[in-house]
Design a protein around this ligand. Structure first.
Ligand code: HH2
Length: 268
């Protein structure tokens, strides 16, 4: 899953694709690089990011989404706003990627009105302005797993088929670097929930803490994290650097990495 941030303020690439024309060119480049899903978002989730009115978020992403759905790969919309989800799905988007796990009033109803859409439910606490103060867990893996199981059950009870659902531990959202690493090491425990795992570690601060590198120099660390996430059972990787990640996966698979994936029940 390749990240397309149509924002001025995203933590790693804010402003690079803030205009529709460069965001569309970025989508085309990611498709050439072998992306399987384009994930398009118009509002940053970094700590302290500005909250946008619904219409402004949609205004940013609408032209990009309308172009992206013609590129021949599935498209997801990265939003927690029900009205933005609805407009994106009506425009042909295939998947909703909601960092709030469809907890906003009306969000579940939007998904129910689009019975073919996929959904990624992510764990976080609070919102981007409060989440870092809420990073307090007795057992982060167990608590993240309980939350994701509860959210998946709400969807299932409402009639959403299990094959439409992916779960995401939400690396970096209401978590310290220690929490993120604990989650990564024990990520496989989340496979017991029975859904494919989507994970996003790309360029995140934990990688900066480990390497001492600023956000624009975290490609190598991100690729290592992506391979680790795969070997710990991830099915979908949300990344900025599609070509580098895809090269690494090819080598990893050729060297037997895929066998490791087949050996478990991660849905591949
Ligand atoms: N991370 C970010 C945004 N959306 N969605 C899912 N499912 N999982 C993630 O880990 C995730 C996400 C943050 O990364 P980015 O989009 O690059 O930054 P920003 O939110 O500042 O635009």
């Amino acid at each position: 899953m390749g990240i397309v941030n149509v924002t001025p303020d995203s933590f790693s690439d804010g402003g690079q694709h803030g205009e529709a024309i460069s965001a569309i060119a970025h989508c085309e480049r990611l498709v050439e690089e072998g992306v399987d899903i384009l994930d398009i978002g118009g509002e940053s989730t970094r700590p302290g990011a500005a909250v946008l009115p619904d219409d402004e978020e949609w205004r940013r992403i609408a032209p990009v989404i309308k172009a992206a759905v013609k590129l021949g790969v599935p498209v997801s919309v990265d939003t927690c706003k029900p009205s933005v989800m609805a407009r994106a799905l009506d425009a042909g988007v295939d998947i909703v990627n909601d960092v709030q796990a469809l907890q906003r009033a009306g969000a579940l109803e939007v998904l129910l009105a689009h019975p073919d859409a996929g959904i990624c439910l992510m764990h976080m606490r609070g919102d981007p302005s409060t989440m870092q103060a809420l990073a307090d867990y007795a057992d982060v893996v167990r608590e993240v797993g309980t939350f994701l199981a509860d959210r998946a059950n709400v969807l299932r009870t409402a009639g959403v088929a299990p094959e439409r659902i992916a779960l995401d531990p939400g690396y970096g959202f209401a978590k310290t670097s220690e929490h993120n690493l604990e989650l990564l090491r024990r990520q496989r425990e989340l496979l017991a929930l029975g859904y494919p795992l989507l994970v996003g570690l790309s360029r995140k601060r934990t990688l900066g803490d480990l390497t001492g590198r600023p956000v624009d120099q975290r490609v190598h660390a991100s690729v290592a994290a992506a391979l680790l996430a795969l070997s710990h059972g991830a099915r979908i990787l949300r990344v900025h650097d599609v070509a580098a990640t895809s090269d690494a996966i090819k080598v990893w698979v050729a060297g037997g990495g895929r066998g490791a994936l087949f050996a478990d029940n991660s849905g591949i």
